[in-house]
Design a protein around this ligand. Sequence first.
Ligand SMILES: Cc1cc2nc3c(=O)[nH]c(=O)nc-3n(C[C@H](O)[C@H](O)[C@H](O)COP(=O)(O)OP(=O)(O)OC[C@H]3O[C@@H](n4cnc5c(N)ncnc54)[C@H](O)[C@@H]3O)c2cc1C
Length: 441
Amino acid sequence: MSRVFPAYTYGQGPREHCYWPATATPPHFPAAEGAITCDVAVIGAGFTGLSAALHLAEAGSDVVVLEAQDLGWGASGRNGGFCCLGGSAASDSMLAKLYGEPARRDFRTAEHRAVDLTAGLIERFAIGCDTHSRGETLLAHTRKAMNAFDAKARLIERDYGVTATITPQQDLAAKGMNGPFFGAITTPIGFALNPLKYVIGLAGAAGQAGVRIFTGSPVQRIDRQGAYTLTTPRATVTAKRLIVATNGYSSDDLPGWLRGRYLPTQSNVIVTRPLTEAELAAQGWTTHQMAYDDRFLLHYFRLMPNRQMLFGMRGGLFSSAAADARMYQVVRQQFEDMFPAWARVETPYSWQGLLSISRDLTPFAGPIPGMPGAFAALSYHGNGVAMGTYAGALLADLVQDRVPRNLYPKIMQTPPRRFPLGRFRRAALWPVYAMAMVTGG
Ligand SMILES: Cc1cc2nc3c(=O)[nH]c(=O)nc-3n(C[C@H](O)[C@H](O)[C@H](O)COP(=O)(O)OP(=O)(O)OC[C@H]3O[C@@H](n4cnc5c(N)ncnc54)[C@H](O)[C@@H]3O)c2cc1C
């Protein structure tokens, strides 16, 4: 496999101290063995692949999921658990300029529907995944950002048809959101969840619908002679159709079309031990609202139902045990800066993972050009809980040659362009990250 990061990134190191496996154990699935045939083979057992598999099996397809490691091993089983709007990192003006205003609006509607689809699956399959938070709160880290919230509220009303609530700085403490913030705006869409429990629930639903899931089964080759033949260490899987759902953990050669079309990017999370009531009161952060700030390398944080605080931050160019240790110090320092009353609170859990961004900062779900019968969905720009689930559902319809039941925005139909610099393309992030660190943004 030709990959962008060193081998360390794709091993156990970055997730060794992940919190979620302490809360749930994925069921055991066997490795694929021998000659297997199916209608549709899905590569990758994260939100995208499992949602596609579930929706396909419900429609009557015989589906096989092949996962290199364990269920939800990629970003899906180690993210922050914000089920929220998002999926693109492009601004409104950029989206409108590149695709037109109707397409931009469609995309915003799809973001909202992605959250609804995810909530609907959780309810339909009674997935216990520790949900909390009513919508999502953005905290201003500058006065300028706070001053822009009135305009932002109008855009939220226009694009999502909901009314956002603005909390001025002086009212934050009363709402249990004390911190170095200039105000907040809450959009009443979305909720938080335990991502590993959600993955396990999706897999359970898919299994009930007849999907065969194989773990420890990395696809090493993709061949096509009429049907697709996927080679794993111990199996040959022949499928009429193929879905590639590997996102940030993709390889540049599986299939070759992916080469240069995704940029794996790191995100980092720490989780505290349970905080006492006194500790929560001392900091004045008592809300269970999921929150993030408006920095470029944004912080995302939420007090989970069991009073453990999760705190995440994007960033990190290098990947190794030493780089992870350095990144832990950076994240930990920023946590202490934001919540000084917790400077002595232990954070026994810390981990890293890969999300994917695309050159045009938009997600893709659709047919792979030049590979008849093959489809891919990727690049949700760090917001793939809802959007990955949604993209999987879109792929399920496309694979069956059906017009998608869910809104299929033009923006998501446009195949990603290649980044320059080939395998070294993550170097392009260096000046962007350096500038963000220098400006505190
Ligand atoms: C630390 C972190 C925090 C995040 N926080 C949030 C958040 O709070 N909210 C949010 O919405 N999003 C968040 N994201 C992003 C979100 O997790 C991802 O967008 C989403 O999980 C992508 O799902 P996926 O199924 O497409 O890919 P993944 O979950 O990454 O799954 C891809 C899978 O493909 C497998 N694979 C790769 N190659 C092969 C192969 N050759 N053969 C077989 N299997 C293969 C991998 O092992 C992996 O399990 C976060 C991401 C990270 C890393």
